[in-house]
Design a binder for this molecule. Structure first.
Ligand code: GLU
Length: 400
């Protein structure tokens, strides 16, 4: 069957595939420890769920304005004013089905065939696929483990050509947990302003930063290149609301209007009940976010300690998000487990631990371990991983 060139160009999300594989095995009764899922294990906080119940009881179950309710847009601009000290109007906001649709709308709104769009690797696979869906060409700037996966402005600036139309940054980044420094983003934003390049900022993990480092990227873009900045945010990770599918774009009225047109012919408004829940999340007490962050920090520190106790594993401590991204190349060999993809498959099938291979993030030789799961599960899964790795390493050790 002949499919469109567009769908032939893209592949199924490998991060979502790991989740699906783990769910399938769990449904068969297999005892899987799941380090795959890139989503909080916490329940959605009760006051958020209560707002959704209330919405159903009030029959708030019909279409809303395609771009989202006025109340939610106001809640978004109020939160960004409180958190970042930047003023937006509701007319600069559109509510989207998660951060993913915000990024998709952005790509579709500003990229064309022949455009180059710069983004970073290791990185979240959806960004590159969306660039391709918009008929543009992804240009990859690599960040490096030796350097804590830092995103340096110079590397992006060097990648700019006359065809560059956009730069997409995810900070904190999935899967590395690295942050772009404010000064680096400012340098990029200024050059982008000079050259009419769009800066798209994926803020999906904006609330999950462990140390009090300066990271007001919203202010940086508002100061240095407000006109050509597109902010993509999400309720999913901060408020444990992945399934509710609610995110947003904050950008100029022209971008919001283009996104609105796209959305009006594809998904229409985000679920009315989810919008009410997200409004409660953004307007309600923010203590639930810090409580979850504190727990992620505990898990990060424990897991980091367990993994780095083995000198064969090289690992950068993540500054944000909830993923460990160890270099496991020491365990790979041409006559054993050859790639991190094979290792991830073997870990799932033999050790019963779901992890995402580095290949999913354009970074072979690494594994992504989500620590959005309980400490107990982290301990159980780490034991299984080491038991398996030691088995893999044995024949190699015997040879040397
Ligand atoms: N962002 C999450 C992850 O990387 C969820 C899956 C997805 O949408 O890609 O695992």
């Amino acid at each position: 069957m002949e499919l469109s060139a567009r769908t032939r160009r893209i592949a199924m999300s490998p991060t979502m595939k790991v989740t699906a594989d783990a769910l399938r095995l769990k449904a068969q009764g297999v005892d899987i420890v799941d380090f795959g899922a890139g989503e909080p294990d916490f329940p959605t906080p009760p006051h958020i769920a209560a707002a959704a119940h209330k919405a159903i009881d009030a029959n708030f179950t019909k279409y809303t304005t395609n771009s989202g309710t006025e109340d939610l847009k106001r809640a978004i601009v109020d939160r960004y004013r409180d958190d970042y000290g930047v003023e937006y109007t509701p007319g600069e906001v559109i509510v989207t089905a998660g951060g993913k649709q915000a990024l998709f709308n952005a790509a579709m709104s500003v990229f064309d065939a022949g455009d180059e769009v710069i983004t970073h690797a290791p990185g979240w696979p959806t960004i590159v696929e969306q660039i391709k869906m918009a008929d543009a060409a992804p240009v990859i700037v690599r960040s490096h483990a030796e350097d804590g996966f830092a995103l340096h402005a110079e590397a992006f600036l060097e990648a700019i050509t006359p065809r560059t139309r956009g730069i997409i940054i995810n900070s904190p980044a999935n899967p590395t947990g690295a942050l772009i420094a404010e000064a680096d983003l400012a340098a990029l934003a200024e050059e982008a302003a000079r050259r009419d390049i769009w800066i798209i900022l994926d803020l999906c993990y904006e609330k999950l930063i462990y140390d009090p480092v300066p990271h007001n990227l919203v202010k940086v873009l508002a100061t240095h290149n407000r006109e050509r900045s597109i902010l993509c945010g999400s309720a999913s990770k901060a408020y444990a609301m992945t399934g509710w599918r609610c995110g947003w774009t904050i950008a100029s009225a022209a971008i919001v209007s283009a996104s609105n047109a796209l959305q009006s012919h594809s998904t229409s408004n985000v679920c009315s009940i989810s919008q009410k829940a997200t409004e409660a999340a953004l307007r309600g007490p923010q203590g639930c976010v810090t409580d979850m962050l504190d727990e992620y920090r505990r898990r990060r520190d424990e897991l980091y300690g367990w993994l780095t106790a083995d000198p064969r594993i090289r690992l950068t401590k993540p500054a944000g998000a909830f993923y460990m991204f160890p270099d496991v190349s020491e365990f790979l060999s041409p006559d054993g487990v050859r790639t991190s993809a094979e290792l991830a498959t073997a870990l799932l099938n033999d050790a019963r631990v779901a992890v995402t291979p580095g290949e999913a993030f354009d970074a072979p030789g690494f594994l992504r371990l989500s620590y959005a799961t309980s400490l107990q599960e982290l301990r159980r899964g780490t034991d299984r991983i080491f038991e398996f790795l030691n088995k893999v390493a044995e024949p190699r050790a015997a040879r040397t």
